[in-house]
Design a protein around this ligand. Structure first.
Ligand code: NI
Ligand code: MN
Length: 228
């Protein structure tokens, strides 16, 4: 599995012959200037919730890519259908799963709010547990720490988790290490940090905290790739 970090909570993950894009937010991220949005190729776009810092470049990438399919909660896919004329959609609901060509997507409910850029209610924010290539990973989107994460650990063997660690809007590292315990993984890829002053973290402290709890925290450089 090849994981490319596009900044904030945006990732491009290549697995089983498919390119999965998560929460595209690049244009307004001052640290992602080197990412060429129009060169991003994706087969599927996953959107955890409708806040601007998760959907800003969704429409542009969707319209660039003639076959890409948007996977998100019903309220989100429906909003894009009605307002942006999207047609390649796969709506899902919390607690559901579906088998795609690259693997199985399990949707979990997260502890956050959810609205579209115009203020329309966006439904329950989702996280995704994805099984592909004999591996399972968890993309949490924006969330606080919550007890449902224990259920993820109960039903899945999570190889690694993409967790928000910036605090203020989501978990910080102190809570993310507990989340990693709940979902029973020792590998965390950090996201949703450093983009602005409210979510700025101390990298050294975060890495030390993870180590103290016997977790491996990976803070990817924007534009870098990782094979897991
Ligand atoms: Ni959010
Ligand atoms: Mn966010």
């Amino acid at each position: 599995m090849k994981i490319k970090y596009l900044g904030h909570s945006s990732f491009l993950i290549e697995t089983n012959g498919s390119k999965l894009l998560f929460d595209p937010y690049i244009s307004s991220n001052p640290f992602a200037k080197n990412i060429n949005i129009d060169k991003i190729e994706a087969d599927y776009i996953f959107v955890s919730h409708g806040h601007l810092d998760h959907v800003e470049d969704l429409e542009r990438i969707y319209k660039n890519q003639k076959k890409v399919i948007l996977i998100s909660g019903f309220e989100i896919t429906n909003w894009y259908k009605v307002n942006k004329e999207f047609s390649r959609l796969h709506p899902m609901g919390p607690g559901s799963k579906w088998k795609f060509d690259f693997g199985i997507v399990n949707c979990v409910s997260e502890c956050h709010s959810n609205s579209l850029p115009d203020g329309t209610y966006g439904g329950i924010p989702l996280g995704f547990v994805i099984e592909s290539e004999n591996k399972t990973f968890y993309f949490a989107g924006d969330t606080g720490l919550h007890q449902n994460m224990k259920q993820i650990g109960e039903f899945h063997k999570i190889d690694f988790a993409l967790l928000p660690i910036g605090g203020n809007f989501t978990m910080d590292i102190d809570q993310a290490v507990v989340a990693a315990d709940y979902i029973k993984t020792d590998k965390i890829i950090g996201m949703h940090y450093d983009t602005d002053y409210m979510i700025k973290i101390n990298h050294k402290t975060a890495l030390e905290t993870a180590e103290k709890y016997k977790k491996k925290l990976i803070l990817m450089k924007i534009g870098s790739e990782l094979i897991l």
